[in-house]
Design a protein around this ligand. Structure first.
Ligand code: ADE
Length: 225
């Protein structure tokens, strides 16, 4: 998979890809991340990428020219499955969407800033709009990092334990069960005995029961209740 991230603030989005699982996914050549600084594509002398909104009102709007130049350049190099604009009024990200996008080959993520991008960009270049939740961030960069992480960890070979993403919360529409590690007794706080019993079947049943219990308690909507 290849993900191209188009942003006015490249430094803001670099670090999540330079550590841990996302770094290893790149080292293993499972995913390529390319971050593009929009300013480089600006053709005006000041290298500005935003301007006042037509019709007035507070806040700047990201201009179409540098976005067009950057996206057109990328599209001339390869085909993209989706060109995604990160915006609070997009479709809310969930596990189902992350699963779907993890099967794609090439993605562009466009990060919005200020009051957002000129609507013509959304109308003519963007194929999908994604929000990471009903709150407003200062820009799309953190949202793009969240979306990329949720996708990349699902690609086979990224996680060491292949089954580990399959047992995440939200896969199968249930939350993950509680987990414990050593010591079995910490100042009287004990780990449920069954987990140390060695009885694999009973442990599996316990985990399923707990996952269901937690889902009923915290997210009954996932069970359609
Ligand atoms: N940009 C600003 N807020 C956002 C959000 N909640 N999701 C995606 N992009 C955003």
């Amino acid at each position: 998979m290849r993900i191209d991230i188009v942003t006015a603030l490249p430094k803001l989005i670099e670090s999540p890809f330079n550590d841990s699982i996302l770094k290893r996914a790149q080292e293993k050549n499972i995913v390529e991340i390319h971050i593009h600084d929009l300013r480089i594509f600006a053709e005006n002398k000041q290298k500005s990428i935003d301007d006042y909104a037509f019709g007035g009102g507070a806040g700047m709007v990201m201009t179409i020219q540098p976005i067009d130049k950057c996206i057109s350049h990328l599209k001339s190099q390869r085909e993209y499955d989706e060109i995604i604009y990160m915006t609070p009024d997009g479709a809310t990200l969930n596990q189902k969407l992350a699963n779907k996008l993890s099967l794609k080959g090439n993605l562009i993520l466009l990060c919005g800033h200020y009051k957002g991008v000129d609507q013509r960009v959304r109308d003519h270049y963007i194929t999908m709009e994604v929000s990471i939740g009903d709150y407003v961030l200062s820009g799309g960069e953190l949202a793009a990092a969240v979306l990329a992480d949720s996708i990349i960890r699902l690609i086979p070979g990224v996680l060491n334990d292949e089954t580990s993403a399959l047992t995440d919360s939200f896969q199968d529409n249930v939350l993950a069960p509680p987990v414990y590690t050593r010591p079995a007794d910490y100042k009287g706080l004990k780990v449920p005995e069954i987990l140390a019993s060695g009885n694999k079947k009973a442990i599996e049943q316990w985990r399923m029961d707990k996952a269901l219990e937690r889902t009923k308690e915290r997210r009954p909507d996932l069970l359609g209740e």
